[in-house]
Design a protein around this ligand. Structure first.
Ligand code: NAD
Length: 380
């Protein structure tokens, strides 16, 4: 066995089976304390259990959702549903535009859908959540990236160019099927950036104001899963045990994102993504080490697990080295941000106050962004 994921596997199998045993008592307590009531199943080929999951929800007319790029995957899944298909809607797109959601809601009603099956990354999951918010339809999610949206009651939506975020139990999917076979096709670059996106949820959970011992433990397990699986996946994308480990990491990181408040890193990525139309996972991948380095000055002890897991002397530098070793994008300028945009980005980042473990000042954020823009190591 290459990985020490016993604890995390037990968490998930027990979340699935819903029974107790002496050996995994503390882990069951951990997941129970997160009040996670989702049914979660892992395994190569687990997508073929979709008909059973549909029946268990009492549903027989599934509307399958995907991006245009993953419509073939949605069609394959539909073919295995023995006719219990209301339709396929393959117009999911980044940032969950409300006009697409409204069109999809009309479509769901027209075809008489009684549940949603979202296959894809955070964009497709976001569309499913947005439809569920408006229709109360149950959701089954088959994630194919590590964004972790499937494990949160959070929904971001865009209207008139403005992205707003809400939290509502109605949008939390009922069932998640994590099938590593469907993640093999995730391009190497996106495997890395999406993994770093997930690690960002966990890193910020470590210093969240409302963190608990179980959320911190789960965050640590999620980061370990990625520290061990991503270097393997960069070279061997079809390594199914490593893909499954990374999906376990995605679930742990998503679950903590849904359980505690985020701070500087997520706010900065939201600001930059929204204001400069930057790609989600790449932005997270670049900003992460810089935000962690910034906050480590205030809460070094809380971030010690990051240094240990990613094998460095300081948490921000350890993450920067890890990202670089995986060939991640390292500089905002490579995403098309101009150096002259950094003052405006700083202003926007400071315009709406939010809690952060370290005081957020204009010079501090400007310096952070300068390093993230140029791709220099944090704090240099
Ligand atoms: P994405 O869903 O936009 O996917 C990016 C591209 O990769 C798409 O074209 C998609 O079809 C393709 N793709 C996905 N999986 C693939 C696979 N296995 N093989 C080949 N291609 C694949 O990207 P994402 O980073 O997963 O999601 C980003 C979105 O999710 C953002 O809008 C973000 O705000 C949202 N998000 C929401 C939450 C939440 O809790 N609400 C959490 C994280 C992310």
């Amino acid at each position: 066995m290459l990985w020490d994921f016993n604890s995390i596997k037990l968490i998930f199998s027990f979340a699935t089976l819903g029974r107790q045993s002496k050996a995994v008592g503390p882990i069951v307590n951990l997941i129970t304390s997160l009040k996670n009531k989702q049914k979660t199943r892992f395994g190569a080929g687990i997508r073929h259990q979709l008909p059973d999951e549909l029946a268990a929800l009492g549903c027989s007319h599934a509307l399958l959702l995907s991006t245009p790029q993953q419509s073939d995957t949605a069609m394959d899944l539909a073919a295995g549903l023995n006719g219990h298909v209301a339709g396929i809607y393959s117009r999911a797109t980044m940032h969950t535009p409300v006009d697409v959601t409204e069109d999809a809601v009309c479509h769901a009603r027209d075809v008489g859908a009684d549940c949603l099956v979202s296959v894809g990354g955070g964009s497709t999951t976001g569309l499913g959540k947005a439809i569920a918010l408006r229709t109360d339809l149950p959701q089954i999610v088959i994630p194919t990236t590590y964004a972790g949206s499937e494990a949160t009651p959070i929904l971001g939506q865009t209207e008139g160019g403005v992205k707003t975020t809400l939290t509502d139990a109605k949008v939390l999917p009922e069932v998640i099927l994590y099938d590593p076979e469907l993640v093999v096709s995730l391009p190497s670059a996106m495997t890395v950036t999406s993994g770093l996106n997930a690690i960002a949820h966990a890193a910020e959970a470590l210093y969240a104001k409302d963190r608990t011992e179980p959320t911190s433990q789960l965050a640590i397990e999620g980061m370990k899963a990625f520290a061990q699986s991503l270097p393997i996946l960069v070279n061997t994308p079809d390594d199914l045990p490593a893909r499954e480990a990374s999906l376990q990491g995605a679930y742990a990181c998503g679950a903590v994102l849904g359980s505690v408040g985020m701070a500087l890193h997520h706010k900065l990525c939201h600001t930059l993504g929204g204001s400069f139309d930057l790609p989600h996972a790449e932005t997270h991948a670049i900003v992460l080490s810089h935000a962690v380095h910034f906050n480590a000055q205030a809460v070094p002890d809380l971030l010690t697990p990051v240094s240990k897991i990613f094998d460095g002397d300081a948490p921000g530098l350890a993450l920067w080295d890890f990202a670089k070793s995986l060939g991640a994008p390292m500089a905002l300028r490579d995403l098309g941000v101009a150096e002259s945009d950094l003052d405006r980005a700083t202003e926007i980042a400071l315009s709406k106050p939010y809690w952060n473990p370290r005081e957020i000042t204009a010079p501090g954020i400007r310096a952070l962004l300068q390093n993230a823009w140029s791709g220099d190591a944090p704090g240099t």
